[in-house]
Design a binder for this molecule. Structure first.
Ligand code: SAM
Length: 266
């Protein structure tokens, strides 16, 4: 679930011989093109493993946008996600590299070890877990998996501009991917801020090869991000036995909003 900010039709490259389910395809289309945070995850992984060698835990890994980048840089990665299909796609893409996958919930997972150097929750994954008690449950699980002094880094968005295409707002451009000749088109059509959460509504269309556009009816996908500030997440980290260190930021790009990366040490 990319959080887009403005113009520019974004696209994912045509795939090779791989089989992709619609869930994998939508994940790739909506999350795949985002690259602005990768340098930070690499920097953190390099620094933490230099301090002491260890593996990286990627929570809410999806199809591995972050995990694959770290694997290519010779890091060992354990990817946790509730979505088995996404993890299967990641497993195929990471063939021959040092990946483990764990299909489990971030709030209750057990990867069987407590010596990870770094735990990453990229792209607002921590805001998908529910409210404060659910986040604290995740933070406790992350802490249990980190070696003493290990680092947990969570990217959050705190401000999203509201819009509603049905009310005439322009909204961001589409994310587009082509697979097996079909075009997958996803567009955020509404962002609405509530007291405790932000709703992001996307319209998804598949345009089949050789047919006219809009051949298949559009579907709606709704994501609810819990609102959480940096200071609140740091407080929750303390509750889970983690101490906060200086937060980092990922700047906005022409196509995506920036994020704050809350940093907590075991
Ligand atoms: C916004 S995507 C981020 C994917 C990937 N980390 C990236 O940055 O491209 C969030 C991911 O979190 C996963 N997820 C959502 N709730 C989860 C939970 N309770 N436990 C583990 N994973 C979860 C989703 O299946 C999805 O793959």
């Amino acid at each position: 679930m990319g959080v887009s900010s403005s113009q520019g039709r974004r696209g994912v490259a045509p795939s090779q011989a791989e089989v992709r389910s619609p869930g994998v395809m939508w994940h790739d289309v909506e999350c795949g093109p985002y690259r602005a945070d990768l340098a930070l995850w690499r920097e953190l992984a390099d620094a933490e493993t230099r301090r002491q060698p260890g593996a990286i835990l990627d929570v809410g890994a999806g199809t591995g946008r972050v995990a694959l980048d770290l694997l290519r840089a010779d890091h060992r990665v354990t990817a946790v996600d509730t979505d088995r299909e996404l993890l299967l796609a990641l497993g195929e893409r990471a063939a021959g590299m040092a990946l483990e996958t764990v299909c489990a919930d971030a709030r209750t997972f057990d990867a069987g070890r407590g010596d990870f150097a770094l735990c990453i929750a990229a792209m607002q994954t921590v805001q998908l877990l529910g409210g404060s008690s659910e986040r604290v449950a995740f933070l406790r699980r992350a802490r249990a998996h980190l070696r003493p002094g290990g680092l947990l880094a969570c990217a959050i968005v705190t401000d999203l501009e509201q819009f509603d295409c049905a009310a005439g707002d322009a909204g961001p451009e589409e994310d587009v991917g082509r697979f097996a000749g079909d075009l997958y088109v996803s567009r955020a059509i509404r962002v609405r801020a509530r007291i405790a959460s932000i709703l992001i509504v996307r319209e998804r269309r598949v345009v089949r090869q050789g047919h006219r556009e809009a051949q298949l009816p559009a579907e709606r996908d709704v994501v609810e991000l819990a609102r959480v500030s940096r200071s609140q997440l740091e407080r929750e980290g303390r509750e889970a036995g983690l101490r906060s260190v200086e937060a980092r930021t990922v700047g906005p790009t022409d196509e995506h909003l920036g994020s704050v990366v809350v940093m907590l040490r075991a």
